[in-house]
Write a protein that binds this ligand. Structure first.
Ligand SMILES: Cc1cc2nc3c(=O)[nH]c(=O)nc-3n(C[C@H](O)[C@H](O)[C@H](O)COP(=O)(O)O)c2cc1C
Length: 350
């Protein structure tokens, strides 16, 4: 019965309607009451950025854009959630349709363009239901200000107290000009401005940068140099990709926007390795892109990610995906005689 409903939901319901329904179900549903979903596996426990993560699996930005289910997400076995992307003013985003399923590839293409309720409304919502677990806030600029850094500072001011960490999104492909922030002079200025703001506010909130998978070796080199020099707290690798794998089957592969899910897994893993090899363990990497089971999660960890985020597999595998990954990952570690997940980070590098 559940399987049939879920199949119908994944294949037939319009993607944005299905997403709304998923939020409602997560908010109200009885299946969250199953204590086995958030079973604690000791070998998955880690301390990162001074926070205790029960599971390395987090909910990636974009699913809970408006901070509606971050507290329920923990009951599904996720070790942390990231809300947003939040912009200063509320905005509608791009014209619909703007989310496309690539069913044959278990993938998605989206060109949402940061639809969200805006920072004030979202912060008010969070204040009414303060985070019970680790909750990051992903921030970005309104479309009309994509090339400035002021919007990041405005959002930072709003969320630096309530967020467990702040993610600076410079990598969505659906806000024209945003990816320009990867350029040396822009990212340097952005980091300086945010670090200054943090000390002015006497805040200690970790600031993470979320990077595009569509960058070359030279860009990786200079970004790493800057990140090490500026002593950033961490990275999220990666956002969705504008590249299109030759092996995509679905007709929807022609849609414009960011590709996510298994077709970007290798791209994301190789970027994680490139960064991991250059940063000398100075800060943690959160890996995202195509994680859907214990094996793919383990690959990301071995590539250098200390934590993982997922979105697309929640759509295709359903609400129990994090709990399933925890169980599988814990067994994989035991099978490989690895005592704790932190011992597996980066073992495939160099
Ligand atoms: C529909 C959709 C909306 C997204 N919205 C955001 C967003 O607002 N901000 C952001 O940083 N990433 C966003 N992402 C990217 C995800 O957070 C993640 O980095 C990417 O999808 C790769 O992970 P996955 O393969 O597990 O989906 C979005 C992804 C999808 C599929």
């Amino acid at each position: 019965m559940y399987k049939k409903f879920f199949e119908f939901y994944v294949t037939k319901t319009e993607p944005e309607k299905a997403h709304k329904l998923a939020l409602q179900l997560i908010k109200n549903s009885f299946f969250l009451r199953n204590p086995f979903l958030k079973k604690d596996y000791k070998n998955l426990n880690q301390k990162i950025l001074n926070m205790d993560f029960k599971s390395p699996i987090g909910l990636a930005a974009g699913f809970d854009k408006n901070a509606e289910v971050y507290n329920e997400i923990g009951k599904l076995g996720f070790g942390f959630a990231e809300i947003g992307t939040v912009t200063p003013e509320s905005q509608y985003g791009n014209q619909k349709p703007r989310v496309f399923r690539l069913l044959e590839d278990n993938a998605l293409i989206n060109r949402l363009g940061f639809p969200n309720d805006g920072m004030i409304q979202i912060k008010t919502r969070m204040n009414k239901d303060s985070p019970k677990g680790i909750c990051g806030v992903n921030i970005g600029p309104n479309k009309k200000n994509a090339k400035d850094i002021d919007d990041y500072v405005l959002c930072f001011d709003q969320f630096c107290e309530i967020a467990s960490y702040i993610t600076i999104n410079i990598s969505s492909p659906n806000t024209p000009g945003l990816r320009q922030q990867h350029k040396d002079e822009n990212i340097t200025k952005l980091i300086d401005e945010l670090h200054l703001r943090r000390s002015e506010k006497s805040s200690k909130v970790p600031i993470l940068f979320k990077i595009s998978p569509d960058i070359n070796d030279k860009e990786i080199d200079s970004l790493c140099r800057i990140f090490l020099d500026k002593k950033i707290d961490g990275l999220i690798l990666t956002n969705t990709s504008i590249s299109r794998d030759k092996n995509l089957y679905s007709v929807n592969k022609i849609e414009e926007g960011g590709l996510s899910g298994p077709p970007i897994e290798n791209l994301s893993n190789s970027l994680i390795k490139e960064f991991y090899n250059r940063i000398n363990k100075k800060f943690p990497i959160i890996g995202a892109g195509g994680v859907r089971d214990g094996k793919s999660a383990f690959e990301k960890i071995k590539s250098g990610a200390s934590l993982i985020q997922l979105y697309t597999s929640l759509v295709y595998e359903g609400p129990f995906v994090a709990s399933k990954i925890n169980k599988e990952l814990s067994s994989i570690l035991k099978l490989n005689s690895i005592e704790n997940i932190s011992d597996a980070v980066g073992i495939d590098c160099n």
